[in-house]
Design a protein around this ligand. Structure first.
Ligand code: IMP
Length: 428
C-alpha cells in the first residue's frame, strides 16, 4: 500500500503545490480533500508558471488521475476557468474526476463571505465563499454536485434556498436579491459541463488503493488554519490536517501509510491572528521579498517570521507526521544568524506546547536559539551532503526539534530544485 497524505505544517503557503507536483510524478492518483479556491498552489514547469486553486497539482502530468474529493468546496465557475486555462496551455485534463458528494459554492456564499468580512467580523478570509459554504453544508442546506446534476430536484431546492438567502441579504445587509431564474440557467450550464467528470470518487480511490496504486492526498491551507486544531477563529472552515483526508476523500485511516508535513524553513501567515515569531524589521522584509511572500489567490503580502518549533511539534502531533518536506531553505541564504523559536514565554512561565487560547498565544513571546547562517547561494545544490555545513546544521536542528525526519528539501521553485533524502512511497 502506498498512500501518502501531504499537509501544510504551518499557516499554509508552505510550498505544498510544488512538493505535490514533485511527488505526483511517482503517484498514480492525486486527490484534493478539503478547502476550495481559497487555496493557491503555484507550480513552475520549465518557463511556465501554473497557479492552481481547485484542481490537484498532479494535473500537470498527463497519465495521473486527478481527483477533487467530497470534502472540497467546489466553485464550478473557478473550476471551469481553470480547466479552460490548462487546456489553452496544452494540458490534458481528461483524467480529472470530481466527487458527486462535493458541495457547490454558490454566488451568495461569496457575497456573504465579503459582506461578513467587511462588517464586524474580520478574519481576513480570501472571500471565496468558503465559510458560508461549509456553514450551509453543516446546516444541511447546501448543494452537492449530485444534486446539481438532478434536473428535477435542483430547481425546486434552489428556489427555496435563494428565497431564504435573499431575505438575509436584504434584511441584514440591504443588498439586492439574486434572481432565481438567472442562477438556474447559470448552474444548469455548469452541470452539463461538469457531468462527464463526476464520479463516486471514494469508490475510485479505494479501488485504486486495493490495486496497489500510489495515491497522494494533497492538503490545502495548513495545520494552524484547521477549524478544530488551528488558531480559531482565525482559521479556514475545513480540515487541512491529515485526518481531513479520510473524511474528505472517503478513505479509512487504516489505508494511509505516510503523512508528510510540508514545512517552510521560516514561518508566514496571511490574514489576521496572533503570530509569535512575526518579524517587523528588515529581516522580515527581506524574507518577504526573497521568498516572494505574496498570496497566490489574493496578492496580499504575507506576514513573515522565524521558524517556530513549537508549531512544528504541534503539527507533528496533530497530523502524526512521518516525514517532513522542507521548502524555501534558499531564502535564508546570506543571513549571518538564523533564529528558531523553541518555546514561548508567557507571564513568566515557559510554555513548550502550543496554547489553546488565542489570548494566551497573543501574549506569548518566543524563546529563540540562534544558529549560524551560511553565506553561499544554495539554489543550485542537489545533494544534502553538498549543502554548506551551517545549512545542514539548520535542517538537522529542525529534525531534532520536531522529532520528524526529512524526505525532501527544496532550494528553489523549479522541479529540479528538490532533493530527495528518503523515498516517501516506500514502506516505512
Ligand atoms: P478562508 O479560507 O477564505 O475562509 O480564509 C480564512 C483564513 O485562512 C484567512 O486567514 C486566510 O488568509 C487563510 N487562508 C485560506 N486559504 C489559504 C491558503 O491557501 N494559504 C494561506 N492562508 C489561507
Amino acid at each position: 500500500m502506498s498512500t501518502v497524505v501531504l499537509v501544510g505544517a504551518q499557516w499554509g503557503d508552505e510550498g505544498k503545490g510544488k512538493i505535490t507536483d514533485f511527488l505526483a510524478e511517482k503517484a498514480d492518483y492525486v486527490v484534493r480533500y478539503q478547502g476550495g479556491s481559497n487555496a493557491g498552489h503555484t507550480v513552475v514547469v520549465g518557463d511556465h508558471k501554473f497557479q492552481l486553486h481547485l484542481i490537484p497539482s498532479g494535473i500537470l502530468y498527463p497519465d495521473k488521475v486527478s481527483v477533487v474529493g467530497n470534502g472540497v468546496a467546489l466553485d464550478p465557475m473557478i473550476l471551469l476557468q481553470e480547466i479552460d486555462g490548462l487546456r489553452d496551455k496544452g494540458i490534458d485534463v481528461s483524467k480529472l474526476k470530481i466527487s458527486s458528494r462535493a458541495h457547490i459554492v454558490m454566488p451568495y456564499h461569496k457575497e456573504l463571505d465579503s459582506l461578513q468580512e467587511n462588517g464586524s467580523r474580520k478574519i481576513g478570509t480570501t472571500k471565496r465563499g468558503i465559510g458560508p459554504l461549509y456553514a450551509d453544508k453543516i446546516s444541511r442546506t447546501g448543494f452537492r454536485v449530485i444534486d446539481l446534476l438532478d434536473g428535477d430536484v435542483f430547481p425546486e431546492k434552489l428556489k427555496a434556498i435563494v428565497e431564504e438567502k435573499n431575505r438575509i441579504l436584504d434584511k441584514i445587509y440591504g443588498r439586492p436579491a439574486f434572481v432565481f431564474e438567472d442562477l438556474l440557467e447559470q448552474f444548469r450550464y455548469y452541470a452539463e459541463r461538469l457531468r462527464p467528470m463526476v464520479a463516486d470518487t471514494s469508490l475510485l480511490i479505494n479501488q485504486a488503493i486495493d490495486e496497489g496504486k500510489k495515491v497522494l492526498f494533497e492538503g490545502a491551507q495548513g495545520t494552524l488554519l484547521d477549524i478544530d486544531h488551528g488558531t480559531y477563529p482565525y482559521v479556514t472552515s475545513s480540515h487541512p490536517v491529515s485526518g481531513g483526508a479520510c473524511v474528505g476523500a472517503g478513505v479509512g485511516p487504516t489505508k494511509i501509510n505516510r503523512v508528510i508535513g510540508v514545512v517552510k524553513a521560516y514561518t508566514t501567515r496571511v490574514g489576521e491572528g496572533p503570530f509569535p515569531t512575526e518579524l517587523f524589521d528588515d529581516i522580515g522584509e527581506l524574507i518577504r521579498e526573497r521568498g516572494d511572500e505574496y498570496g497566490t489567490t489574493t496578492g496580499r503580502p504575507r506576514r513573515c517570521g522565524w521558524l517556530d518549533a513549537v508549531i512544528l511539534r504541534y503539527a507533528a502531533r496533530i497530523n502524526g507526521l512521518t516525514d517532513m518536506a522542507i521548502t524555501k531553505l534558499d531564502v535564508l541564504d546570506g543571513m549571518e544568524k538564523i533564529k528558531i523559536c523553541v518555546a514561548y514565554k508567557y507571564r513568566g512561565q515557559t510554555l513548550s506546547e502550543f496554547p489553546e487560547s488565542l489570548e494566551v498565544l497573543q501574549e506569548c513571546e518566543p524563546i529563540y536559539i540562534e544558529l549560524k547562517g551560511w553565506q553561499q547561494d544554495i539554489a543550485g545544490i542537489r545533494r544534502f551532503e553538498d549543502l554548506p555545513f551551517a545549512a545542514q546544521e539548520y535542517v538537522n536542528k529542525m529534525v531534532e526539534l520536531s522529532g520528524v525526519n526529512h524526505s525532501l528539501l527544496a532550494v528553489g521553485p523549479g522541479r529540479a530544485q528538490t532533493m530527495v533524502t528518503r523515498d516517501v512511497f516506500a514502506p516505512l
